[in-house]
Every structure is written in C-alpha cells, then in structure tokens.
Design a protein. Structure first.
Length: 213
C-alpha cells in the first residue's frame, strides 16, 4: 500500500496564504478530486502532494508498505500529467516514450501504449508536429502507463475532443483501479469517477484545521 500524509500543511506565496493547516491522508485505491475557483490553489495542493512543491509549514510523509520513503526516491512512486509539464518536442513519439520509461517502469509495452493512444500512424513523427490534442494524449499516456502507485492529473482533458475524453475514461477504468488517483479540475467530466471531492473553498485561512481521511 502507498500512502501520503499531510499534517498541518500550509502554503503561501509572498505574504498571501493559499491554504493553512491541511491534514490529509491518502491511500492506494482512493480517487480524490480537488476543485475550486481559478487561483484557489488546486494545482498548488496537487503539486505538494506530488512532491513538486514544498509546503511553507507542516509535514509531508510518503509511505510504501508501511515504510517511510526517502525524499530523493519519491518520484519513483508518482506519475503526473499537467498543462505546465512539457514533452521533449525534438523527439519522436516512440523515442520520447522510450526515454521516459528509462526512469519509470512501464505497465505495458510501449508499442501497445501507442496503439491504445490512437497514435500508431504518428509514432515516428516529432512531437513538435503534433496537435495540442495529440500532445495531451501523450502526456496522459506517459503518466497513466507508468507503473507507479500514485497518479496525479491536473486538468487532464485539456485540448481533448470527445473521442479523446472517452479514451481518457477508458484508460482510467483499465489502468488505475489499484492506485491512488488525485485530479485537480473544475470540470466534472474529468473527475466523475472520484470517490471524494475537496473544494479549495473549504481550505480558507480562517479555518484552524481541515482534515480528510
């Protein structure tokens, strides 16, 4: 089992607190959505959970099979798809995925990934020539197909058409049942499968402590 524990975690930018004293315990098999108005801190909290951003105050602990993980190896247990993460556009799709999966174990062979993403005919094309929707499929693929116990998704259906959104839900259903999944979004179509929703409006700074199990 994989676990993330936040204890009294707070974050601020400059003098402005985004949220304060958040207590959160997430485990494998839990699907959680982070919602809230633009600028409310959805992406910030997701990045804190994913280990990309450090909290201003509080403690963040990662555990696997009951043992605490050292900070320098946490990335091996986490995959993420987000608009602010870029692909290496000078590589072809096949080259990019082959490079990416030198750092993380893949759940299925790369050739199968490309077929499932509907991009087989473009496997040797440079990513710089992909449309925005095609690039989003690639971002989803490199995250979902990584053999990690935790998956973080920030606005995962950005630039996807109806067919792409249907593919997203198919991949979630097929490849995430045993994982911790956290989705930051205001669009219900992106997190309709989540068991629990946290509204960032519940994390206002005038509340002493907010806890979630």
């Amino acid at each position: 089992m994989f676990e993330i524990q936040l204890s009294q975690v707070s974050k601020r930018f400059g003098k402005d607190w985004i949220f304060r004293d958040v207590n959160l315990h997430l485990t494998s098999g839990k699907f959680m959505a982070l919602t809230g108005a633009n600028g409310s801190g959805k992406s910030t909290l997701l990045q804190i959970l994913a280990g990309f951003v450090s909290p201003a105050q509080g403690q963040r602990i990662y555990l696997h099979q009951g043992k605490q993980l050292a900070p320098e190896i946490v990335f091996q247990y986490i995959s993420i798809c987000a608009p602010y993460l870029e692909c290496i556009e000078e590589l072809s799709l096949q080259e990019f995925l082959a490079f990416h999966f030198t750092f993380k174990k893949s759940r299925i062979p790369i050739e199968d990934q490309i077929r499932l993403l509907g991009l087989w005919e473009s496997r040797n094309k440079l990513l710089m020539h992909f449309s925005s929707g095609m690039k989003q499929r690639v971002k989803l693929g490199q995250a979902i197909f990584a053999d990690t116990p935790a998956l973080f998704l920030d606005e995962p259906c950005s630039n996807l058409d109806e067919k792409g959104i249907a593919l997203y839900h198919q991949l979630i259903e097929t490849h995430t049942s045993d994982r911790l999944v956290v989705v930051a979004s205001n669009d219900p179509i992106e997190y309709s499968f989540c068991h629990q929703t946290i509204s960032l409006s519940d994390l206002k700074t005038d509340k002493k402590s907010v806890s979630y199990e």
